[in-house]
Design a protein around this ligand. Structure first.
Ligand code: FAD
Length: 509
């Protein structure tokens, strides 16, 4: 029997969920889902969220949103990882304080694990990321992750996208409408809740009362259904992760042929960090900071100083958030997806990743038989574990710093601000690198490879001296590191610049 779904909210969360459910569970035949999305143009969307994680490519491919449309219609560029500048607080032996978290995973190519050999000094001075994959060199040279004309989603190097969030929401909307989703432009003014705690109906300003079997709350930080109507608590993570406000600017390139970065540049500042993202038409930059550690005026000045002349005539936007999430995101016949469910912070661009996994779960657990409680029982702990694991991964970036230049950084290394789970992992990794044994494959967005890049990028020492004799592939590892270096030379001579690839895709439309 056909089931009715109403999604309230037309930001990235609402339209991604709508397109995903329509593609998976509604085939235009009898049965399946009848999906309506209600959005209020007068409230608008948050309009930030320009960075993603490689999982986005699977999601886009499932909803048949092709890459060329993204590049042409959402100003998308290719993101191959993140550069963390000044996070360590000490220079490495090449005099630099930066590391790269690339998306390419070395183990994809190796038949034995190279990491112990790097930790035992076999790769010399090279960082783990640049010893084990060619991607940091490709990123540094501002090359693309794949050849011009390389069809489809299988580029030679792993990548995600940067895009303009407003243009993306519009593109997702067109895609969802093409998949049969109905759209109502209106304001939801009231949510009527039955005595048993289920939502009875939504009252809109111009379209009267709307009823559904399942209501999906994608109303962003307003959390109109899950928060205001159903009064589900929010768990703040501010005792671990301190940033809670951002000031953002959209900055023009200084010349039309300026190189486009194919990485997010994240630079540590006195009370948080700045993001710097290259889109095809402009840069998106912002300072995410803790309001306990810096004033708004000073934060904006830091951001404008970072950008320099190009920021002179650009207006800023301020965005408030509370790092945290709802431990109950599915209550009775209501599921929260997107910012209404939670938001950790922009570092490592996980916001849209949570939307992707929630949409996938709802499509798999859909309560066809009115079995809401059974579905909620599986959904809620699954999502909560994911948020907690991501919070630990984000905290890793802060808690190993040796910066002592401000209270923000001193507070970040205080043991009380680090979860027991993260402390335990760090303890294990004193004598053993992160491996699959430390991961929770059902609940981790980030794998052991991601943890390794950040951990060793920050200069963490895992001491393998006691077991050095147990490793037998020293010569092979040395040869493999040389081979990766050679593959890097090839990649640099064969891959186009990032800008050339983007311009080629935009021209060919
Ligand atoms: P919104 O975009 O706020 O959409 C809410 C929708 O609900 C709107 O359509 C609004 O009109 C509608 N609405 C609200 N109330 C009503 C009502 N009563 N009636 C009808 N409609 C209503 N994520 C990433 O993945 N990568 C990043 O790099 C990243 N950076 C970020 C940086 C900052 C500073 C912040 C704050 C967030 C960032 N995020 C990032 C998170 C990302 O922005 C969001 O996860 C994503 O945009 C989804 O937002 P949303 O759709 O939940 O909410």
């Amino acid at each position: 029997m056909q089931k009715k779904v109403i999604i309230v909210g037309g930001g990235t969360a609402g339209w991604t969920t709508a397109a995903y459910l329509a593609r998976m569970l509604s085939h235009g035949l009898s049965g399946g889902l009848d999906i309506t999305l209600v959005e209020s143009p007068e409230i608008g969307i948050i309009g930030v969220g320009e960075g993603t994680f490689p999982s986005i490519r699977n999601t886009f491919s499932r909803i048949e949103l092709d890459e060329d449309s993204l590049v042409r219609e959402a100003s998308a560029t290719f993101k191959q990882g993140i550069r963390f500048v000044d996070w360590r607080g000490v220079a490495d032996n090449q005099g630099k304080d930066y590391y790269v978290h690339p998306f390419q995973i070395s183990a994809q190519h190796a038949d034995f694990d190279l990491l112990p050999y790097r930790l035992l000094g076999v790769a010399g001075d090279a960082s783990w990321a640049s010893a084990s994959t060619v991607q940091p060199r490709v990123i540094d040279a501002r090359h693309a992750p794949k050849q011009i004309g390389h069809a489809g989603h299988n580029g030679p190097l792993t990548y995600a996208y940067h895009f303009d969030a407003v243009e993306l929401a519009a593109l997702l909307r067109r895609r969802a409408l093409a998949l049969g989703v109905k759209r109502i432009e209106d304001l939801v003014q009231q949510v009527t809740v039955r005595e048993d705690g289920h939502i009875q109906s939504l009252t809109t300003r111009a379209h009267g009362d709307l009823e559904a079997d399942l209501y999906i709350d994608c109303t962003g930080f307003r959390a109109e259904l899950i928060g205001k109507a159903l009064r589900v608590d929010f768990r703040s993570l501010r005792d671990q992760l301190f940033v809670n406000r951002a000031v953002a600017l959209q900055v023009p390139y200084d010349r039309p042929d300026a190189p486009i970065e194919s990485q997010t540049i994240s630079t540590a500042q006195g009370a948080g960090w700045t993001w710097d993202i290259g889109l095809s038409s402009r840069r998106g930059v912002g300072y995410v900071y803790s309001t306990d550690h810096i004033s708004d005026a000073r934060a904006e000045q830091v951001l404008r100083d970072y950008v320099g002349f190009a920021a002179a005539s650009v207006e800023s936007r301020v965005l408030n958030f509370e790092p945290g999430y709802r431990q109950i995101q599915w209550k009775n016949n209501c599921v929260a997806i997107g910012l209404s469910a939670g938001f950790i912070e922009p570092l490592e661009a996980t916001g849209i990743g949570f939307v992707e996994i929630a949409a996938l779960l709802v499509s798999n657990l859909f309560p066809w038989n009115g079995d809401y409680e059974v579905c909620a029982k599986q959904f809620n702990p699954f999502m909560a574990r994911r948020y907690e694991n991501v919070a630990d991964f984000i905290k890793l970036h802060y808690c190993l710093t040796r910066r002592e230049d401000s209270d923000f950084w001193r507070d970040n290394v205080r043991p009380a601000s680090i979860s027991d789970g993260l402390k335990e992992r760090l303890e294990r990794w004193r004598f053993r690198p992160p491996s699959f044994l430390d991961m929770d494959p059902n609940h981790d967005i980030f794998t052991d490879a991601n943890w390794q890049y950040v951990l060793y990028g920050l200069g963490y020492k895992t001491d393998l001296t006691a077991q050095a004799g147990a490793f037998r592939y020293y010569d092979e590892a040395r040869a493999r590191f040389v081979e990766i270096r050679r593959q890097g030379d090839n990649a640099l001579s064969s891959l186009p610049t990032h800008r050339a690839l983007i311009e080629q895709v935009r021209k060919s439309g």
